[in-house]
Design a protein around this ligand. Structure first.
Ligand code: PLP
Ligand code: TYF
Length: 399
């Protein structure tokens, strides 16, 4: 009658932070988790978030339960941020939106929806992808396969491989795409390539499913970063989109995000929403309110919205600056190697191509923590540490 289980392995990303905390070295650097840090390497709370919270305190809002599908004003704000306020799909009421527990929880609800209503349809996931995707969809009972995505030779998109694998996918398959700033590679399709992927989804009757975790964080522009999901919706696809406010509004621990399913008409959207609520209810009943209010305040107030855009540009700009500095140091220290990928990659991460042994050297010898797949989070790097990182990388790839 006892409970005996094996020890579970630590999370490949969040487990790194545990190891980092236990390291006593003064040089240590946590480039594992994708979380934005200031130049002083401290966590950053956006000024606009503090303002929104002050306003919320002033209003004295209560702590009553939200509806199962979340705060109505948040739902409106989040779908308009994603697709644009004048999007026909939004205006026609064809989008079923449910506020959920940030990106991860939204993906999990979407997974449950797929396993319940799209059984027999395989989900295609990029190789590589964010470490949690496979676990989320495995737990939700969604059968998945991978499609080729990354070409280590060019440190770019494996366009041919991706298109061939998607062409070979059975009709009705679901394709998981990163809306922008692909994690971990930092390699995104160009606009032209997105159009080809969109056409292919039409031809092959594939259901596009976007994970949008970095809107506004990739280029600094909310519109630019929503190019791909907007294109697919405009082209008339039914589309699933998960959103997260962890990175772009720095609301990591508030667990605020949404799942949107764009349907062909208002009635099917209403039926889909009713089923999403039926999924959420026995899982967590209803979502937390604090982050939903923050997002709603920020998006709904012109001054705060503009201030948010400024802070996003600041954050994405700082990451681009450290990319440039890291590139300069690397090129000076090891000019025989082409380091231009560091500057080309988009978003928080650089996918370095380092092997597990080289990563072990980074951590064991240089106290630099990063994921085993060779990914480093540049959001956790400061200008003053760029040279130290470059020296460690050069030491690791040469040995
Ligand atoms: N999807 C991708 C691609 C991510 O990189 C992340 C984390 O950063 C998430 C989803 C979900 O994060 P969260 O659950 O904090 O929104
Ligand atoms: O890729 C990352 O680093 C971020 C952070 O379960 C993260 O996505 C990692 C693991 C996780 C949730 C968020």
């Amino acid at each position: 009658s006892g409970v005996e289980v094996e020890m579970a392995p630590p999370d490949p990303i969040l487990g790194i932070t545990e190891a980092f905390k236990a390291d006593g070295s003064a040089d240590k650097l946590n480039l594992g988790v994708g979380a934005y840090r200031t130049e002083e390497l401290a966590p950053y709370v956006l000024e606009v978030v503090k303002k929104a919270e002050a306003k919320m305190l002033e209003k004295g809002e209560n702590k009553e339960y939200l509806p199962i599908d979340g705060l109505a004003a948040f739902k409106k704000a989040t779908v308009e941020l994603l697709l644009g306020a004048d999007s026909p799909a939004v205006k026609e009421g064809r989008v079923a939106t449910i506020q959920s527990l940030s990106g991860t929880g939204s993906l999990r609800v979407a997974g449950q929806f797929l396993s319940r209503f799209c059984s027999g349809r395989t989900l295609y996931i990029s190789d590589p992808t964010w470490g949690n995707h496979k676990a989320i969809f495995t737990d939700a009972g969604v059968p998945w396969k991978t499609y080729r995505y990354f070409d280590p030779e060019t440190v770019g998109l494996d366009e041919e491989g991706m298109m061939a694998d998607l062409k070979a996918a059975p009709e009705g398959s679901v394709v998981l795409l990163h809306g922008c700033a692909h994690n971990p590679t930092g390699v995104d399709p160009t606009k032209e390539q997105w159009k080809q992927i969109c056409d292919l989804c039409h031809e092959r009757q594939l259901l596009p499913f976007f994970d949008v975790a970095y809107q506004g964080f990739a280029t600094g522009s909310l519109e630019e970063d929503a190019f791909a999901p907007r294109l697919f919706v405009e082209e008339g696809h039914d589309v699933i989109v998960c959103q997260s406010y962890s990175k772009n509004l720095g609301l990591y621990a508030e667990r605020i995000g949404a799942l949107n399913i764009v349907a062909s008409d208002k009635d099917s959207a209403a039926r889909i929403l009713s089923q999403l609520k039926k999924i959420a209810r026995p899982m967590y009943s209803n979502p937390p309110v604090h982050g939903a209010r923050i997002v709603t305040e920020v998006i709904g107030n012109k001054d705060m919205f503009d201030e948010w855009k400024g802070e996003m540009e600041m954050m994405s700009g700082r990451i681009m600056t450290v990319r440039g500095e890291l590139y300069d140091h690397l090129t000076r220290m090891a000019p025989e190697k082409d380091w231009s990928f560091v500057k080309r990659q988009i978003g928080m991460f650089s996918y370095t191509g380092m092997t597990p042994d080289q990563v072990a050297n980074m951590t064991g010898k240089h106290h630099i923590y990063m994921t085993k797949d060779g990914r480093i989070s540049l959001a956790g790097l400061s200008s003053s540490k760029a040279e130290y990182l470059a020296a460690a990388m050069v030491d690791s790839v040469r040995n």
